[in-house]
Design a protein around this ligand. Sequence first.
Ligand SMILES: [Zn+2]
Length: 346
Amino acid sequence: MKKGGPDRARLSAWRLALCIFMLFASLPVHASDTVSLQEFAGKLKARLSYDPLTQTGYIERDDRFVSFSVGQPYIALNWKDIRKVSPPRFEDGMLVVSADFIRESEAFLKGSPAQGKASDYAIAAILVDPGHGGKDTGAIAELDSGRLLEKDLTLEVSKRIVELLKSRYPERRILLTRDNDSYPTLEERVDMANSIGLKPEEAVIYVSVHANASFNKNAKGFEVWYLNPEYRRTVVDATTVKEKGDDIAPILNAMLEEEFTTESIILARNVYDRLSSAVGKQSPGRGIRAEEWFVVRNAKMPSILIEMGFITNPNEGELLSQSGYLRKIGDAIYNGIVDFIEYFER
Ligand SMILES: [Zn+2]
């Protein structure tokens, strides 16, 4: 169970709706020297993603990414190679770009697919966070079979995930924010996450495990949340800044942050799919969601939060009280993380 949220969730839903609206807004009627970005992406069979809130987005084709920011005269190729172009802008509610944008992007997007890795980062550490603990029980449910505490379920599942990850990846740092019934504060969990010493090309993934509760006893199913990492990691190369000037560093950083958002979404998708195949028949998937949540927002890494199901639903509560079921959930989350690492590092 998370604190706060419905407003954020609604905001995310609106943002998503707006994105979809903008992506499918009608194509024609634009000045002859510009091209609709949607039209351009469609011709290349590329995927266009745009976030109206940050006014940044990217076009993806065969794991090649061109990221852009509305009104900014730069694009980034695979999050690092910077090219100067005429700024993308809105014309009659439609996102349009100029010929130089098209030329630079098309040449790059049509290159041979997925050369090398999807990212320059290697995952050096995985931090698993069992929600709540100690004096903070998290959600509580009274079942026919007894009392169920969220903090116990999250610990059991997290330990299972860590056990599997440690045996698969002995060379990586696999960490738990707590391994007993203690209560690290949210700040302590974030500090733990951010204090993992990393080389510049190393990344950490952060997985927080929770169980849901509702006054509505019929509510059931699992959810996976991801989040825009709202941090300013200096990802822009110093020589680039030297060449192009200090003032562009914040713009480029904003664009490059998209990479970590993309990674969080892919991680969420992998875990969600594995949960669907493992327990989908018993517990419906309620979707992948985006929210700003304290731990995740302050952790400098691709991060997700899993709500395993509703302990307040009589049937789901019974399932969640069984070790066999929790083990299935732990195995599914583990498999999702492995899928992500294989994608990320291939
Ligand atoms: Zn919780």
